[in-house]
Design a binder for this molecule. Structure first.
Ligand code: AMP
Ligand code: TRP
Length: 337
């Protein structure tokens, strides 16, 4: 059995948590938790501010992500579940790391280019510095492994590079070099409306994604409307090449059923997508029902969710404070009283 020392990951509380977040990230965290000594799962509310300043909904969105973590199988008794803003050392370390981050490295970040779009001059500094704060989230705990979807690989690699350059500048192994852990099969769940775009919280169309809080009728409708092509299901996986929507739907079924795509193709070979969609709808409804019900139950008790967040922050702060003291000392600051 593989054993991870300390894992850390996070989700932005910026909107509806979806199937891509579940299959690409949170489901794997719950599995890895069984093989890990220490685990910290953060709700990155400060990162959320780089794209949406939604003060009215931030508390609720943060609790929704906490509820999703628990409903997807993360046990708050074994893992620290907390809000990023409850541990001040993240932003402090972010500043120190930013003094080590060459602009050339940040200029290569594809997420910034995507999010800033053509109008870079108007993009905010927070969006540009986003990967440095993410590096701080990871390094403040000296995390060794970071389970994420494919889109975050470049950011984790930046954290690794920053850790390496900090260590070598101070000639001390302060930070372990964190490794991204990406589950190959579910690294990129694609939009239901366009198989070349990833499923994302920020897509304007609700029909592009399945939300973890969607009920059975909504899931049925979204899968019925999901884009496919007019060809029948091929007899093997190779036949899905250049058919991104078809490949995505079969990938989702496979991820939920643990049946491989070749087996699925031979089972449905020659049939139109409509019959496969019925099976997909059914497995989605059955797989997501317990998650939705548990989330709804948890969200009815916001005080209990807040208690989970406070307890998680206590654990996270203990570790973060110990590390930030060591870092300040290495940087040459006069120790605090
Ligand atoms: P975000 O929604 O950007 O806060 O992402 C939270 C986590 O979910 C990160 O680890 C992402 O890499 C992962 N993730 C987000 N969207 C997808 C997707 N469409 N497929 C796979 N993983 C995803
Ligand atoms: N950037 C990640 C995303 O968009 C969220 C995130 C912030 C994160 N800090 C992190 C993920 C630290 C892993 C580790 O999804």
């Amino acid at each position: 059995m593989k054993s991870y020392q300390r894992i850390l990951s996070g989700v932005r509380p910026t909107g509806h948590i979806h199937l891509g977040n579940y299959l690409g990230a949170i489901r794997n965290w719950a599995q890895m938790s069984l093989e890990t000594k220490e685990q910290l799962f953060c709700i990155v509310d400060q990162h959320a501010l780089t794209t949406v300043v939604d003060s009215e909904n931030l508390k609720e969105n943060t609790r929704t992500i906490a509820a999703a973590y628990i409903a997807c199988g993360i046990d708050p008794k074994k893992s620290a579940i907390f809000a990023q803003s409850h541990v001040s050392a993240h932003t402090e370390l972010s500043w120190y790391l930013s003094c080590f981050a060459p602009l050339g490295w940040l200029n290569r970040m594809t997420q910034f280019k995507d999010k800033a779009g053509k109008n870079k001059e108007n993009a905010n500094l927070g969006l540009y510095a986003y990967p440095v704060l993410m590096a701080a989230d990871i390094l403040i705990y000296k995390a060794t492994h970071v389970p994420v979807g494919e889109d975050q690989k470049q950011h984790v690699e930046l954290a690794r590079d920053l850790a390496g350059s900090f260590n070598s500048y101070y000639k001390k192994e302060i930070f372990p070099l964190p490794e991204p852990i990406i589950s190959k099969e579910t690294a990129r769940i694609m939009s239901l409306r366009d198989g070349t775009k990833k499923m994302s919280k920020s897509d304007v169309s609700d029909y592009s994604r399945i939300h973890l809080l969607d009920d059975a009728d909504t899931i049925t409708l979204k899968i019925r409307k999901a884009k496919t092509d007019s060809d029948p299901i091929p007899s093997s996986k190779e036949g899905l090449q250049n058919r991104p929507e078809a490949e995505n739907l079969m990938g989702i079924y496979s991820a939920l059923s643990a049946e491989n795509i070749d087996a699925l193709c031979s089972e449905y070979s020659g049939q139109p997508f409509s019959s496969f969609k019925n099976a997909l709808t059914e497995i989605l409804i059955e797989s997501l029902r317990p998650i939705r019900e548990k989330m709804q139950h948890l969200l009815q008790h916001p005080d209990e969710l807040d208690k989970v967040l406070y307890d998680g922050a206590d654990i996270a702060n203990l570790l973060a404070e110990k590390h930030i003291k060591e870092i300040r000392e290495v940087l040459g600051m006069i120790p605090r009283r």
